[in-house]
Unconditional design. Sequence first.
Lengths: 110, 118
Amino acid sequence: QSALTQPPSASGSPGQSVTISCTGTSSDVGGYNYVSWYQQHPGKAPKAMIYEVSKRPSGVPDRFSGSKSGNTASLTVSGLQAEDEADYYCSSYAGSDTFVFGTGTKVTVL
Amino acid sequence: EVQVVESGGGLVQPGGSLRLACVASGFTFSKHWMHWVRQAPGKGLVWVSQIKTDGSTTGYADSVKGRFTISRDNAKNTLYLQMNSLRAEDTAVYYCTRGGIPGGVDYWGQGALVTVSS
């Protein structure tokens, strides 16, 4: 159950796009289409932004999109806005009724 | 409105025990898998445990297996996490979360802080 690997930081100017990667193995990300992404602002509880690789929960703007190729999943935030500045975590089902989170990425809006 | 509210956090000595509780409201608790997720101060999210709707199936992170036990009382809309043999590295905010989306969690509580220290 090793944490999924994410870049520590990512940044972009308002209106630009930023893509965050999430690399696992064939036992988690590559083996199941159960990748989720969470946004966490400082001092707040996380919020689900993407589930099942590319689906958005109700209320999440379509600026947020997800994809997967092999053992790597990605979250893209298009049309960056100031309120998108936050920490982002990926998560994947890892078999045998277990899950694993990513190491987290701090997104900065320049 | 969906709500999950944790309680039971606090300061405990290494080797001690603590039980967290999470009271759910605003949804049919018995129809949802539930999870515990923790976050050490200044660190990332770590999945801890999950439990099926009827309590018949559970899963644990390797780091807590054999020490922590997840359970639920559907009649009381309450989720529990019994934590034994606590270590300093178990210090974290523990979030109760609802497995309301396939392969993920949708609603989170505000968390309960557990501090393991002598």
